[in-house]
Design a binder for this molecule. Sequence first.
Ligand code: UDP
Ligand code: MG
Length: 315
Amino acid sequence: MSWDKKNNFLLSLVVPAFDEEDSVNYFFKRTLPILEKYNYELIFVNDGSKDKTAEKIKAQARKNKRIKLISFSRNFGHQIALTAGYRYSHGDAVVTIDADLQDPPELIDVLVKKWQEGYRVVYAKRRTRQDKWFKKITAYLFYRFINLLSDVPIPTDIGDYRLLDRKVVNILNNLPEHARFLRGLTSWTGFKSTYVYFDRQERRYGQTHYPLSKMIAFAVEGLTSFSTKPLTYITYLGLLTSILGFLGIIYALYRRLFLSPQYYVTGWTALFIAVLFVGGVQMIMLGIMGEYLGRIYREVQNRPHFIIKEKVNLT
Ligand code: UDP
Ligand code: MG
């Protein structure tokens, strides 16, 4: 080990912020006293905020060179903001935390302690969460479902509040893919990890930036990044409907050839149902294939993950 994990290490705190002008000052007030104990850098990633988020951070950054800011040219999304934070961080340990104080900064000390014990990944796991029932239920289902399908285990009931060792951060920084479902990627690296429990608070200032549409997109991203099982399952489903279709054909032929003509028209219902059913199944299959195809397309385009408009206290 080239550095001393006990005393002389650099701690990076990465904070994605999208329209958080109501939160940032409270964030500084509550977080800075905790950070002062360490040799730290505090990196904000302003994800295309349209409000005064950047101004408020810059005001602090002028007084304190440890406070750094990256501003994107537009909104690139939470996971990409974290990706940028990792890329510009220099810490021996890097903690990611939300700007809205739903993740209690007091827990940073505990995360660091676990890291000093030798864990390279320390997740902050929600013991309880004070969110709306809808968010609770969908989050619960999402983690159960993704783990059913995923090829790597995705830790349940964790968010993006975690500590990563420099070694893990370097690996993430070298992953070229654009689909950045960081919870999955972190687990994929396979390093020794542990949990620290906390009670997730309700958002006090501002509002969530994860409406249902974004939550669904996030879930699909996670699923398709870590499993191709949906492709396998639709093959099975296709096989099953083919078998049913084949039986239907035999049945139809039987009626046509061996029964009297009065029975022909009665088959309309069966025909109608079969057409609708097979049509629907095919549409779903096409949709799932399209999801993967779209992802391949995005990777092949290979555009930069994000575009930076401005940097403060960073080179
Ligand atoms: N965030 C971001 N870009 C986005 C959406 C969110 O950088 O497009 C940030 C946001 O400012 C916050 C964190 O990601 O610091 C978590 O977002 P939010 O609190 O809206 O999500 P929730 O806690 O409701 O899941
Ligand atoms: Mg939040």
